[in-house]
Design a protein around this ligand. Structure first.
Ligand code: THU
Length: 140
């Protein structure tokens, strides 16, 4: 999962794996990190933060998006987001973004590249946000 200097997005899974170590996941023991690149070229990170009142907890992707909006304002748009999950021993495990996070990603970048490991057999895939959630809700 090393970064490739010829591909600026290749750093995102590296940063996502780093921030996953900071996750607060005592209930699921499933630590998730997300790292996104905004269209301005800045990187923002987030991890899952659980709560004893389960629905109060939040996903890594939406926390990274919140950090990006807080830093850049309402015009923030996504170029790409990588998601990495770790098992209790720190080994990367597959983690496709949940449905709510797919909707949140589309809000800020329908064409954004979403990078994640979909299954145990294969390496990371890159898919557009729109392809991950056909028929997403929109007021338009
Ligand atoms: N989780 C995420 O952070 N992102 C996802 O897309 C899927 C699930 C977190 C939420 C919860 O803390 C743990 O993983 C188990 O569901």
């Amino acid at each position: 999962m090393g970064a490739d200097v010829s591909d600026p997005l290749s750093i995102l899974p590296v940063r996502a794996a780093e921030v996953a170590l900071n996750a607060y996941a005592p209930y699921s023991a499933f630590r998730v990190g997300a790292a996104l690149m905004s269209q301005s070229g800045s990187i923002y990170i987030g991890c899952n933060v659980e709560n004893s009142a389960f629905p109060v907890g939040g996903c890594a992707e939406r926390h990274a998006i919140a950090a990006a909006v807080a830093a850049e304002g309402h015009a923030m748009r996504l170029s790409a987001i990588a998601i990495v999950a770790l098992d209790p021993s720190g080994e990367p495990v597959p983690c496709a973004p949940c449905g709510a996070c797919r909707q949140a990603i589309i809000e800020f970048g329908p064409g954004a590249e979403v990078i994640f490991r979909a299954d145990a057999q294969n390496a990371a895939v890159t898919v557009t946000a729109e392809a991950l959630l056909p028929g997403a809700f929109s007021f338009k």
